[in-house]
Ligand binder design. Structure first.
Ligand code: PNS
Length: 163
């Protein structure tokens, strides 16, 4: 049984994340989405809110569960008996940092990292940009699931502006 972990901040989850999670779910028997809950990195949404948004978005995937972690990713992997970390790569610019983390994680444990190329349609997508666009009142419904559009509008006090 191969169990993989898909880690991230997911503040909030986007179609890009869901693309990677969905593909990981076809590659591995079980996938645990790991929401980083680092107290020093305050997000727009709490870890619980981020987890709830992901759970709604992956409810059609029976082999995917969602949890959170603080501290080291490799400890989360060992606690969940997961052998593999799956990370999406959008562009070469992602690679340096992701390679460094993968190698550090590999030096600490036997947990290996598998890089999955982000589908081209989502290669420009990042949670930070989605928040910026939503803050500016633009429609983000093509970038995140409907319940995330609603959560963003509520949290930011904005509604999509028609332009
Ligand atoms: O969505 P992000 O911001 O790219 O997610 C980054 C995250 C949470 C996956 C990454 O920062 C992480 O793994 N943090 C846990 C701390 C850790 O284990 N660091 C790796 C040691 S090099």
């Amino acid at each position: 049984m191969r169990r993989a972990v898909c880690p991230g901040s997911f503040d909030p989850v986007t179609h890009g994340h869901l693309d990677i999670i969905g593909r990981a779910a076809t590659l591995f028997d079980e996938v645990v989405v790991a929401v980083g809950a680092n107290e020093s990195k305050k997000g727009l949404f709490s870890a619980e809110e981020r987890m709830d948004m992901i759970r709604v978005a992956v409810r059609h995937l029976p082999n995917v569960t969602v949890d959170s972690f603080a501290g080291l990713l490799v400890d989360f992997c060992e606690d969940h008996d997961a052998q593999v970390v799956v990370k999406g790569l959008r562009a070469v610019s992602d690679f340096d940092y992701e390679l460094q983390m993968a190698q550090m994680n590999g030096s600490l444990t036997s947990v290996d990292t598998v890089f999955v190329p982000t589908s081209p349609e989502w290669s420009y997508l990042a949670s930070s940009l989605v928040k910026e666009v939503a803050r500016g009142g633009r429609d983000v419904s093509g970038l995140v699931p409907p319940h995330v559009v609603t959560a963003l509008a509520e949290r930011l006090g904005t509604g999509p502006r028609v332009r």
